[in-house]
Design a protein around this ligand. Structure first.
Ligand code: KG4
Ligand code: ZN
Length: 343
């Protein structure tokens, strides 16, 4: 049994967690920075980095104390090394390096996307490799074949906005504040998803990629027309995103032999999205798995768990491991034509 401390600081959540290789979460703490960024309608990188400096040391102390663990008992320190806002990534990675050095323990530099990709295996012991993963977050919307630890094949990606980014932009247009996903989901419950006709970009296309920019523009027009109730716009927008996610995932699922479909990343916290993808998996005779909602949005338990999986595979990193703003899971994947492609 290995004991791993995980640190996360790639966006606007500072987090620390202690996780064992036999899937026990001994302690975890997440501090969001919503109120710091709210006036700006999005995450301000410099504010985020400074907040991580303020908060992270206390969180590390908190989880160690709560679990009654001293650094000498750790087997490794895992820290997010990218991709993300570079200032924040540097804060968490340097904290991890300092701790690893002081305690004489190995460092594991974790790709944040691998944290999301392996997160379902923390709570689902019956999810073997390979599986087809829809990774939908604030910065990414990809379909990946997860073949094993460190072994990913990207089968589809977005040609413009990420799914979570679409939720955030739509929420901003509706005056709902940041982050937009939970606010849209709540408002959508009171609306009619058929009330506002919105496009389903790329649905029906033979290429499996995603696109959400046109949907955002259509929401902008619907909001500006003032002829629709905001709840109806929210419900119609969420319905359109679901149709896009389900159609694109279906295409890849039909071409894949993977026995299970998994959805992870912040957008997977959305109950309606999870339900639609579960139905899709069932229709195609595949198992379905998704981490609990708290494990979908950014947290350090998934970083510690990815660290545990990498530790078990014998993977270690040196103290010269770089912080990376960009770090695709599948470095060999072709670039996709389109504006503002997210790896
Ligand atoms: O994975 P995550 O916490 O951070 C990144 O790695 O990006 O994802 C954050 C994204 C945000 O865009 C947020 O609006 C979206 O996930 N999100 C949701 C929900 N909760 C968070 N989107 C839809 N419905 C939700 N309930
Ligand atoms: Zn994330």
């Amino acid at each position: 049994m290995a004991l791993i401390l995980g640190l996360e600081s790639s966006c606007d959540d500072s987090a620390a967690a202690l996780v064992t290789s036999d899937r026990r979460i001994l302690a975890q703490a997440v501090v969001g920075q919503n109120s710091a960024h709210q006036p700006y309608g999005g995450v301000v990188p410099e504010i985020a980095a400074r907040a991580h400096v303020d908060v992270l040391p206390g969180l590390i102390e908190q989880v160690l104390t709560k679990a009654g663990i001293v650094p000498a008992q750790l087997d490794a320190v895992a820290a997010t090394a990218g991709p993300g806002l570079i200032g924040g990534v540097m804060v968490g990675l340097l904290a991890g390096k300092g701790l690893a050095l002081a305690a004489g323990k190995p460092l594991i530099a974790v790709n944040h996307l691998e944290g999301h990709a392996l997160s379902p295996r923390l709570t689902d012991p019956d999810l073997p490799f390979p599986y087809l993963l829809l990774l939908a977050s604030g910065g990414h919307c990809q379909l990946l074949e997860v073949r094993g630890v460190g072994d990913y094949r990207r089968l589809a990606t977005t040609i413009d906005d990420a799914a979570g980014e679409a939720f955030d932009k739509a929420a901003k247009l509706l005056g709902l504040g940041y982050p937009g996903g939970p606010a849209i989901e709540a408002l959508a419950r009171q609306g009619d998803p058929a009330a506002v006709p919105l496009p389903r970009p790329l649905v029906g296309s033979g290429e499996p990629h995603f696109s959400f920019a046109g949907l955002k523009s259509a929401v902008q027009r619907a909001a500006a027309s003032a002829s629709h109730h905001p709840a109806d716009i929210a419900a119609s927008f969420q319905g359109a995103v679901i149709d896009c996610l389900v159609d694109r995932t279906r295409l890849v699922l039909e071409r894949s032999a993977a026995p299970a479909l998994v959805v992870a990343g912040g957008v997977a916290a959305n109950g309606a999205i999870r339900a639609a993808l579960k139905q899709l998996a069932e229709r195609h005779g595949r198992a379905f798995s998704s981490p609990p909602a708290w494990l979908c949005t950014d947290n350090a338990a998934m970083i510690a768990w990815a660290g545990a999986e990498r530790f078990a595979a014998g993977l270690r990193d040196g103290l010269d491991a770089p912080a990376r703003a960009r770090w695709p899971l599948d470095a060999a994947a072709d670039a996709v034509r389109g504006a503002g492609v997210k790896a």
